[in-house]
Write a protein that binds this ligand. Structure first.
Ligand SMILES: C[S@@+](CC[C@H](N)C(=O)[O-])C[C@H]1O[C@@H](n2cnc3c(N)ncnc32)[C@H](O)[C@@H]1O
Length: 274
């Protein structure tokens, strides 16, 4: 039987081509397989690995570029761990900035009702509901897998009383009046070439926003304005500031403020409607 140190050496070698940090990921996957912390691997390096073939299967999936989060079924986001599954976008660190933008408005304006378009794993709604125990959120998605997984995350954090899920195109099935809409919608252009691990494994419905990419964003701006909702906060692509600014000027809003991500790229906006 292979020992922990031998299994790690084999795992790291197998991940050499597909991962930037093969040793680290081999350790994470072995710790996951054994149900232990990484420190255990150092302390018990000579202990044989039970069910090695199960670990082998995990390594092979990762070697084939499957995202780590799908293999372990979990992603870390903001201050929590969320369940994820194939068909559900893995929450990205830049979306934490969108949450902070929204949290500032909720706090300042003392808002109590929000809608989210495109709930995915539930990342945005779960974090906001945890931050603001009096906040009620209606969260939509057009796909079943995200609604199922978001439901599991909402339940795991005991937020069923605050977050309601609804299968809906944008806000079509939302009749409740809300004060703010938040969305990290699909905003990538149809012909954009994504990294292999993203393109092959993550859901197309979560990524592509139309031919130019910002079609769904524009629709959201129009819908939210038509409903008389005061606030809209969205994530967008790094190259969409100019077209969105131009569109918003045509539509007519009280103000729009863009925010940047930590790398200095334009990443989203907050609109206040008149
Ligand atoms: C980029 S993902 C964001 C997921 C999650 N909110 C997050 O930030 O990690 C976009 C989500 O929008 C959903 N979606 C796409 N088109 C939609 C539409 N027309 N109406 C509602 N949801 C939609 C996708 O299924 C996907 O779950």
């Amino acid at each position: 039987m292979m020992t922990i140190s031998e299994a790690l050496r084999w795992g790291a070698e197998s991940l050499n081509e597909s991962c930037e940090r093969p040793q680290f990921e081999a350790e994470l996957l072995l710790a996951h397989h054994l149900g232990k912390e990484r420190i255990y691997l150092v302390m018990y390096a000579d202990v044989p690995v039970e069910d090695f073939e199960v670990y082998e299967a995990l390594i092979k999936r990762r070697a084939a570029h499957e995202p780590y989060e799908y293999i372990v079924g979990e992603a870390s986001f903001y201050d929590i761990h969320l369940k994820v599954a194939p068909g559900v976008l893995i929450p990205r660190p830049e979306t934490e900035l969108l949450i902070d933008e929204v949290a500032n408005i909720i706090e300042r304006e003392k808002l109590t009702s929000v809608a989210e378009i495109g709930v995915g794993s539930g990342a945005i709604s779960v974090v906001l509901a945890r931050k603001f125990p009096n906040l009620k959120i209606v969260a939509t998605d057009i796909c079943d897998a995200p609604l199922r997984v978001a439901g599991e995350n909402i339940e795991a954090f005991g937020l069923g009383g605050q977050v309601t899920l609804r299968k809906s195109n944008l806000l079509d099935e939302v009749n409740e009046s809300v004060e703010l809409v938040v969305s990290n919608p699909p905003y990538i252009a149809e012909d954009f070439t994504l990294e292999k691990n993203v393109a092959a494994y993550e859901p197309k419905e979560a990524l592509f926003g139309g031919r130019a990419g910002d079609e769904l964003l524009r629709q959201i701006i129009l819908d939210v304005k038509a409903r008389g909702v005061k606030w809209l906060a969205c994530e967008m692509g790094y190259d969409q500031k100019v077209p969105i600014e131009r569109f918003v000027n045509e539509v007519g809003v009280k103000s729009i403020a863009f925010y940047k991500d930590l790398a200095g790229f334009d990443r989203g906006f907050v609109i206040e409607f008149a």
